[in-house]
Design a protein around this ligand. Structure first.
Ligand code: PMT
Length: 219
């Protein structure tokens, strides 16, 4: 059995950028590396939690973390809903594609000379919002927000709209933090506390601060 402040707690974390297939060889994605999600998984096992990482890549192996490899938003959505059922905490650190191509072509799309190609996109499910709708009084839901402007205002809206307990806002307008960086700069918004600003720090340090807050809320 594990020891630590989160022993006996199940934490489901998402990491990475989802991929939406255009055809068998191409996809739409974003710049998320998964580093923030992996750092959160590391910080959670350090406190003794049972961790399930639903991720789009398996770049690191973390001892004690169960990895569920997914690709599209719909895969991630199904895996998260399945795992959240008996979980204590959900943390959405993945950058999830809001849209996907209406249909993925069965065969490789061929170039037609001189013609533009139009791709029609449709909305994906919102994983965080759905988990927020389904959570019980005992379950905690933590979202992230990647913004390039009006960071706090948009983050506060997401906290409320997605019925989360905590929302971690990162300003991704600079290159030394946020996507694919070793560091991040965040503000943690909670429903019942003042915002906490964490200046530029390694993602693992930020992950440990977030996990400390979660452990306090669960206690
Ligand atoms: O992976 P790294 O390179 O380490 O970078 C980390 C990060 C910048 C990707 C991460 O810290 C981060 O901010 N993740 C959230 C990025 C994002 O998609 O933000 P958003 O504002 O679009 O979404 C808000 C929240 O809703 C997020 O928790 C997201 O996981 C969730 N969401 C969004 C859309 C959707 N269809 N389903 C969702 O669950």
């Amino acid at each position: 059995a594990r020891i630590g402040r989160l022993a006996g707690r199940k934490i489901v974390i998402t990491a990475g950028g989802t991929r939406e297939a255009l055809d068998p060889v191409r996809y739409l994605t974003n710049r998320s590396s998964g580093k923030m999600g992996f750092a959160l998984a590391q910080a959670a096992v350090e406190l003794g939690a049972d961790v399930v990482l639903v991720t789009t890549n398996s770049r690191y192996k973390i001892y004690g973390v169960r990895e569920v490899l997914v690709s599209s938003t719909r895969d991630m959505h199904a895996a998260v809903l399945h795992e959240f059922d008996n979980a204590d905490v959900f943390i959405g650190a993945a950058a999830v594609s809001d849209y996907r191509p209406v249909e993925a072509a069965k065969d490789k799309i061929k170039k037609k000379s001189g013609e533009n190609l139009t791709i029609k996109l449709m909305q994906n499910p919102d994983i965080l919002a759905e988990v927020g709708r389904h959570k019980t009084m005992k379950q905690l839901v933590v979202g992230f927000a990647a913004e390039t402007q009006n960071v706090l205002e948009y983050a506060r809206k997401k906290l409320i709209q997605k019925n989360a307990d905590m929302l971690v806002a990162n300003d991704v307008s600079t290159t030394n933090s946020g996507f694919d960086s070793e560091n991040n700069r965040v503000t943690i918004l909670s429903r019942d506390e003042d915002p906490e600003i964490i200046s530029l720090s390694p993602k693992i340090a930020i992950a440990r601060s977030i996990m400390d807050k979660i452990a306090k809320k669960l206690a």
